[in-house]
Design a protein around this ligand. Sequence first.
Ligand code: ADP
Ligand code: MG
Length: 310
Amino acid sequence: MAEFSLIQRYFQSKTLPHGSTHLGIGDDCAISHIPTGVQLVSCVDTLIAGRHFPLHTSAHAIGWKSVAVNLSDLAAMGATPYAILLALSLPHVEEEWLQAFSQGLADCCHKYGVQLIGGDTTQSPTLTISITALGWVKTGHAICRSGANIGDYICVSGTVGDASLALISALKQESSPVQTALDYPQPQLQLGQQLQGYASAMIDISDGLAQDLGHILQASQVGAVLTLETLPTSETLKHYPLTEQWHHQLTGGDDYQLCFCISPKNYQQFCKTYQYTPCIIGQITSSPELILTYHGQRQHLNLKGYQHFE
Ligand code: ADP
Ligand code: MG
């Protein structure tokens, strides 16, 4: 199949139009209107078959997840997503696979109001999907990693550890009750936007809670105490011994929940405004270290998260 008819059939035809797009797929570049009073927020994430997802992952899930992990980065800044660009490297053209992949990609785009405005299609021995995501944030209102203050609560947006647990089953080609946590992450875009003006620092959890919280601590030059008994845990994960639960929750990857810091005063305000009580899992401290406690007892665990170069 000619490259352009492939692009037309699988990508252009499934694209949802967005009001900010002046020109989408088809020319050398896309052209976009940038709304007034906003800053452009952009990120890119690459998924490599066998490295970022097991080789037999369904094509639909690969499409969904490639978009979702990028939108999760936008969510972590409090941004509103606008569009993505897709650089796709395929070993060969397999229509059934492309159909399911492009549908998964489109489903995620449609759910979050995002348009595919361009990309690049190449042949390569390893399936590689690189997505660039664009979004907006009201000028000066992005939530960075560097803003955490001593005394802030540390919160997470949902259960952690399930994707890491599911990966063990997936690698053995067994099904898991928490498989969707691994295959279909849900970027926390609405919460990220609501936290603007409330949260002092935020990150999305992609490489393990301990490591990702560590990025906030380092950027903000603070420390933290995490209370392990408060970590949100799925019914499935609860069946495992505590040390295994903590291993998945603190060092497992692919959760795509938000971890954020918020002053006690803003926390009260936020709960009142949104009728939603984020789960508090710890507090920011002045001594530059991450302390773990379980019902007041200090715990010493190996906290190495996912390392890309090991
Ligand atoms: P160029 O040679 O100028 O880079 P291409 O022939 O690669 O252009 O692409 C033609 C058009 O199709 C461009 O608008 C490009 O953004 C778009 N495109 C190419 N591959 C993809 C893809 N995988 N998904 C979405 N759009 C794509
Ligand atoms: Mg060109």
